[in-house]
Design a protein around this ligand. Structure first.
Ligand code: GLV
Ligand code: MG
Length: 294
């Protein structure tokens, strides 16, 4: 939600998303940045966010705005900020700068040190090349996010439709980037989140793009409009059928292996052979399904 729109900051509070991010970066014009900081602090302190994770996206570290964004928002609304999102991250040092700055502010205003998390957006070639070091840069880091619009611009990709497949290219032009981010995230036990889809009225288009990153293992995707929320919640949760099957594998594996006195590693479930690796795959799907309330 753009920090410059008091109306949208109000509307966001009641929406069925898991997280909301209040933006001070690209959705806010340069002349509106100072006012947006005030709106964001007020919305965090006075709003009822209904248990949603509350993140604030500050400006990137090549601008003159970042330090004041962090200081004003965390000093002004620290107890109501869950995460600071840093866009266009290019190296681990930028995350370390944010970590140290947050620690100083937390100490200065009497907040628990380390309470505020960090989300990092990977939005250019430099950031992608550095993503392993970025993912390891701070214990505050919770999430690595793909920023497809800036990313496409930064590598001169020949398309204006973010996330959509490109007819001239026979494969998925995002596959390498998504996998690179996913590996770094999983190596450091972080969430991997896909970025925005800009054609906000094209929910089928949103769904198609979301399905690709969900299939790889991404945990979720940004929504830019309330109309995209239902599709996102649906796509990143397992299907009921897969969820039921995962629970069945877990039950069957526990049952048959204990029946064999713990002496059998692989057992049959109908026509399917299940072993310890199947149990681990089933745990992933079951955990996602339980979190989605299936
Ligand atoms: C998001 O910030 C993007 O650039 O896609
Ligand atoms: Mg961006």
């Amino acid at each position: 939600m753009p920090g410059s729109s008091v109306k949208m900051l109000g509307k966001a509070q009641g929406l069925p998303a898991d997280q909301v991010f209040l933006d001070l970066e690209d959705a806010v014009a340069p002349l509106a940045k100072a006012e947006a900081r005030k709106n964001v602090v007020a919305a965090l302190n006075e709003g009822d966010w209904g248990g949603k994770v509350r993140a604030v996206r500050v400006n990137d570290l090549t601008t003159e705005w970042t330090y004041r964004d962090v200081v004003e928002v965390v000093e002004g609304a620290g107890p109501n900020v869950d995460c600071v999102m840093l866009p266009k991250v290019q190296n681990a040092g930028q995350i370390q700068w944010l970590d140290i700055t947050l620690t100083q502010i937390e100490k200065a205003v009497g907040l628990e040190v380390g309470r505020i998390g960090i989300e990092a957006q990977i939005e250019n070639a430099v950031g992608l090349v550095e993503v392993d070091a970025i993912a390891a840069a701070s214990p505050r880091l919770e999430t690595i996010i793909f920023g497809p619009a800036d990313f496409m611009a930064s590598i001169n990709m020949r398309s204006l439709s973010v996330g959509a497949l490109i007819p001239d290219y026979p494969g998925d032009p995002y596959h390498y980037i998504l996998m690179r981010i996913l590996m770094a995230a999983r190596t450091h036990d972080l969430q991997a989140i896909d970025g925005p889809f800009l054609q906000i009225r094209d929910v089928d288009g949103f769904r198609a793009v979301a399905k690709r990153s969900a299939a790889l293992g991404f945990d979720g995707k940004w929504v830019l409009h309330p109309g995209q929320i239902e599709a996102a919640n649906e796509v990143y949760a397992p299907s009921q059928e897969d969820y039921d099957h995962a629970e069945l594998i877990l039950d069957a594996y526990a049952h048959y292996t204990s029946e064999a006195g713990g002496r059998r590693g692989a057992v049959m479930l109908g026509d399917e052979m299940i072993d310890e690796a199947s149990r681990k795959m089933a745990l992933v799907i079951a955990a996602k399904g339980r979190a989605a309330g299936l």
